[in-house]
Design a protein around this ligand. Structure first.
Ligand code: PHE
Length: 530
């Protein structure tokens, strides 16, 4: 229908402009479109044509009257007073009708309202107990007026009569619109929709040359984006971070994915020939070929302890390789970041402090170092540090392993820490994650002694699973940094992926990380509370 009104308007405009849309006789109709509904249909068609600049139009407001439901009833059946008159017998016929009988004939409402008006008009009179007509004929002006309003929207007798009908709630005012219409810049008699896309077909057939394209609407608001959702790994990370923070830990900076062999391995007393350094475990960078040099004195102390020993150790007694130490690689563990931070923490013990005094959480490369005069203590300050970030290993990928994953790592440095502190700490830390049942198994790390693997009982799997690796950092690592002998540091690392997979019942890492992750699972994964 809308389409055909559009076409009708265009055909009409082709010959002459439209001065009043109320005079149009629309397709399928035989009378002019004076009613409000027709004008609304016309407005829809006009707006559609206007958006394509095929026409332009001006609108004009009107105020007309329409009948209320009661008005409609009266225009059909007559006014109450007329119905009263019609129901009564002629005077002198020997019969009359009582008010009670009248109610039965024309209804309570009409009888009640109509009697008063009929008396006032002199149309009826009393005859004994009953009522009879007082005049032989009447003019039902109300019905006549309402019929006129119904067909024309107004009264030829003027506003006074309309005001009276409004007061009697038989008519109400209604706003309307009508339009004058002219041709627009894109006028044509064809309503073919403009093209919204330039297609390959158009290009090959050449149809694009004559096609009429829809204009871009730069005011359009676009599709409102859905709210984002935190990935399950990030939800678990947030929970872990909260546990660390409530235990008084500070977060370490971990932004450098690329480390040198020195910080990732040498500083940790990992032998230069250690299998973990081999190509199959570590991703090395080919460009740039060489890392910047670590602080000179520290580098000397580290290379010496590797090659010749010291601090109670015999060392590895293997030739030291500068090249190995300066290789660039993707860090294989966040313990590389911990090494940077511990080295910074020991700056006071080495008699060095950063210029602004206390700032040990700043980036590891910050600030020149100067000797502090008149140091009273050995400068050591205890520290609890954590990090949660990405590490990389050249592993064969399977259902539970990828070449990159996240490590959750913590280190605690204080005087006289023992293995009992580490174990006690682990129990508290894991209890906060809802894991009560822990077992510790002796293990080996080049940088910790003793070292412990941490196992937790998994009620769903009904077996003990490894959840982390930990240990007391070796003197060969801590003393070259400058820590006093009685300062002990324990540390541990756990994966972020493993608890997340267990928490969400995911058994293939590819549904957690990578391009096969179902977005819906990210959007719908519930919040985590340990
Ligand atoms: N770096 C160890 C790992 O990658 C975790 C660890 C951190 C162990 C600190 C001991 C001390 O598994």
């Amino acid at each position: 229908m809308a389409e055909s009104i559009q076409q009708f308007i265009l055909n009409h405009l082709n010959h002459h402009s439209i001065s009043d849309t109320r005079q149009l006789i629309l397709p399928g109709s035989t009378t002019p479109a004076t009613d409000a509904d027709s004008q609304i249909a016309i407005l829809g068609a006009l707006n559609s044509l206007l958006s394509r600049e095929m026409i332009s139009y001006d609108s004009h407001d009107t105020l007309s009257h329409i009948l209320t439901p009661e008005g409609v009833q009266i225009s059909l059946l007559g006014s109450h007073e007329a119905r009263v008159w019609a129901a009564l017998p002629v005077k002198g016929s020997g019969t009359s009708i009582t008010p009670v009988e009248l109610k039965k004939i024309i209804g309570d409402e009409a009888a009640k309202v109509g009697q008063g008006r009929a008396f006032k008009n002199g149309w009826i009179t009393k005859d004994g107990d009953g009522l009879v007509r007082a005049v032989p004929s009447i003019q039902d002006t109300t019905q006549k007026e309402l019929r006129e309003v119904d067909s024309t929207g107004t009264l030829s007798t003027g506003e006074k009569g309309l005001a009276d009908l409004r007061k009697r709630k038989l008519v109400v005012q209604k706003k309307g619109q009508w339009f004058t219409v002219q041709k627009g810049p894109n006028f044509s008699t064809s309503t073919a929709k403009p093209e919204t896309d330039l297609t390959v077909d158009m290009l090959t057939s050449g149809a694009w040359k004559s096609a009429h394209f829809k204009k871009y609407n730069f005011e359009a608001e676009g599709i409102y984006p859905n709210g984002g959702a935190l990935h399950p790994l990030l939800k678990v990370r947030e929970e872990m971070r909260n546990i660390f923070l409530e235990m008084g830990f500070a977060e370490m900076p971990t932004s450098s994915f690329v480390e040198s062999g020195f910080w990732c391995f040498d500083a940790l007393f990992v032998p230069q020939q250690h299998p973990a350094r081999e190509m199959q475990d570590t991703f090395y960078l080919s460009d740039p070929v060489k890392s910047l040099s670590p602080p000179h004195d520290y580098y000397e102390r580290v290379s010496r302890v590797h090659e010749h020993g010291g601090y109670g150790s015999v060392g590895y007694r293997a030739p030291w390789s500068d090249a190995e130490s300066h290789k660039l690689l993707l860090r294989t563990h966040t313990t590389a970041s911990s090494a940077h931070m511990l080295y910074k923490l020991a700056a006071r013990c080495r008699g060095e402090v950063s210029k602004d005094g206390e700032e040990y959480n700043a980036s590891p490369t910050s600030g020149p170092i100067e000797r502090k005069e008149g140091l009273e203590d050995d400068g050591f300050r205890p520290a609890k540090l954590f990090s949660i970030d990405r590490v990389f290993r050249n592993e064969t990928m399977d259902a539970t392993h990828l070449a990159e994953f996240h490590q959750v790592e913590g280190v605690v440095a204080d005087r006289g820490l023992t293995l009992a502190d580490l174990i006690g700490f682990m129990r508290v830390f894991f209890r906060k994650m809802g894991i009560e049942n822990l077992r510790f198994k002796p293990a080996y790390n080049p940088y910790t002694e003793p070292s412990l693997e941490i196992f937790a009982f998994h009620p769903m799997l009904n077996k003990w699973v490894e959840v982390g690796n930990s240990g007391m950092f070796r003197p060969e690592m801590l003393e070259p940094m400058g820590f006093p002998k009685d300062v002990h540091v324990h540390g541990w690392g756990i994966s972020l992926e493993r608890p997340t997979m267990i928490r969400y019942g995911i058994n293939n890492i590819r549904t957690l990380v990578g391009h096969k992750v179902p977005i819906e699972s990210v959007e719908k994964s519930p919040a985590v509370r340990f």
